[in-house]
Design a protein around this ligand. Structure first.
Ligand code: PMP
Length: 498
């Protein structure tokens, strides 16, 4: 049974060489290796004891855990384990504990079709912790007001909440300024905003827009519409049979005609992580602008828009434990100043006469009308929650769940995994021979297991790997290996019938 042990470091300045020395003294079972250290993640920095494919028993891992507790007793570093998802408390301090995390998500604790609900539809949307639900309730119970315009106390509180959420987004994605962060409804609206503003202003007849085969329809249709309108051409980066983009082919598509490159950083059907930074740098050499669709990357991997050097980065709140109806477009300041507003109306103007209107500076220029204040505040609370849990820890834990699921599902007779990208997160796609995908979905629903069975709004990606539809469990840090075991058992029964 694979198992992993983490070690929380109390701050980013931990003496890592002494930590390593202590780890050597642990005499861990041979199948353990000491993995990555994440000193940058602040309080929740972790140290990863990666399972290296061994067949560790719970007793072995338990021994290692006890040894780690003793070794680090005086340091304040807290070891914790993912072993069978058992919580570990250390020195009276709360550590990453999947059961404690699950208690924060009220919706998970219900029966569906007589069985404990298992939510494996996280790539479609994530569930909300009570901290997010409470933040929204508090807002409506005590602060609700329109913002900016009205000069009274509740308006000031609402404005502070809304702008405070913008600052939280800025910090989360490391944007240079909160003014570079525009609130929209979600990824789809964000991509449409960029296509309709930047695209309409700068794309001319004969220009080229490069997308990836792995893109969600949300990153295809708006560019297709724009290309039709402007007489521009769409070019598509092909994929190999693992479900990875072929960089050499991308290189050969780039040219001085390339005006925009737009792609999903993480694909939603196979979980492929694209080499976004490299792809941005390649586009730069031709002077192209780059939009990154971060819908699937933001919940699973650390995002630093300055490091990525993208011109636009777009994501949806609901994929990262925030409410529906709120999302973000980050744009480089010089571009946001250059491009025209999208929609016109209140809130986005400096002065209006019937002859002429002058517009506010970004981001307000792009936020016409009364904004979604409550859900922006909910998004801020969700990002706080994720940051407190630790983005690096989340990434590692979800990687562990994904590999666990791939391995177990791949061993079931009649199951074919679809896609095998080397860099991947959180998604497994499969089909069962002789069983229609929708039927598998509804049989699993009868077992209380919610997942996606269909084309996942990414038909070109699936077709590139020779299928029209797959069954797609997708994981979050509130999922457990016990839940995956239940899925695998159910899949085994279904496959045996098929
Ligand atoms: N891009 C990707 C990669 C996605 O996975 C999704 C949602 N499945 C979207 C865009 C669209 O997001 P939304 O529906 O929240 O606008």
């Amino acid at each position: 049974m694979p198992s992993n042990l983490f070690l929380h470091l109390p701050d980013g300045d931990a003496d890592l060489s002494s930590v390593y020395e202590s780890l050597q003294r642990l005499q861990a079972p041979p199948s353990y290796g000491v993995g990555d250290v994440f000193p940058e993640a602040g309080e929740l920095a972790g140290l990863f004891f990666g399972d290296s494919g061994g067949d560790d028993t719970p007793a072995e891992t338990s021994l290692l855990r006890t040894a780690a507790e003793q070794e680090f007793a005086d340091t304040g570093y807290s070891p914790y384990s993912f072993l069978r998802d058992q919580p570990i408390t250390y020195g009276g301090r709360e550590t990453f504990d999947v059961q404690a995390i699950r208690r924060d998500f009220p919706i998970l604790h219900q029966k569906v079709n007589g069985k404990d609900l298992i939510w494996f539809d996280n790539a479609a949307t994530t569930q909300k912790p009570k901290q997010v639900i409470d933040a929204i309730r508090r807002y409506y119970e005590s602060d609700n007001s329109n913002i900016h315009r009205a000069a009274h106390t509740l308006a000031a509180r609402s404005t502070d909440g809304y702008e405070g959420a913008r600052e939280k987004v800025r910090r989360f994605i490391n944007a240079p300024s909160a003014e570079d962060v525009i609130f929209v409804r979600g990824t789809t609206e964000g991509i449409n905003l960029v296509a309709q503003t930047y695209g309409r202003k700068f794309i001319q007849s004969g220009d080229e827009i490069i997308l990836s085969t792995l893109d969600h329809h949300a990153n295809i249709v708006p560019w297709q519409q724009l290309a039709k309108e402007r007489g521009a051409k769409l070019l598509v980066i092909p994929v190999n049979d693992r479900g990875e983009v072929i960089l050499e082919a991308y290189e050969s598509l780039l040219s001085p005609r390339t005006k925009v490159v737009s792609f999903a950083q993480v694909n939603n059907t196979f979980g492929t992580v694209l080499p976004a930074k490299t792809m941005v740098a390649m586009a730069r050499r031709y002077g192209a602008r780059v939009l990154i669709d971060g819908a699937q990357s933001i919940p699973h991997t650390p995002v630093d828009v300055q490091e990525l050097d993208a011109d636009f980065f777009v994501f949806s709140g609901h994929k990262i434990y925030a409410p529906n109806g709120i999302g973000v477009v980050y744009g480089k300041k010089e571009l946001l100043e250059l491009i025209p507003p999208w929609q016109g109306g209140g809130n986005m103007i400096r002065d209006v006469t019937f002859e002429e209107t002058t517009f506010s500076a970004p981001p307000h220029k792009f936020e016409a009308g009364t904004p979604n204040v409550a859900d922006a505040i909910g998004l801020g609370a969700a990002l706080d929650y994720v940051s407190r849990t630790g983005v690096r820890c989340i990434e590692k834990y979800e990687h562990y769940l994904t590999e666990y699921a791939r391995e177990a599902l791949g061993r079931v007779d009649g199951v074919r995994l679809v896609g095998n990208p080397r860099e991947r997160v959180s998604v497994v796609s499969f089909i069962i021979q002789g069983m229609p995908v929708p039927e598998v979905g509804s049989l699993l629903d009868k077992e209380g297991i919610a997942l996606r069975a269909g084309h996942h709004c990414a038909q070109p990606a699936l077709r590139a790997l020779g299928v029209e539809a797959t069954v797609r469990p997708s994981f979050s840090f509130y999922n457990t290996t016990d839940e995956i075991d239940r899925l695998v058992e159910a899949v085994r029964r279904i496959a045996a019938r098929g």
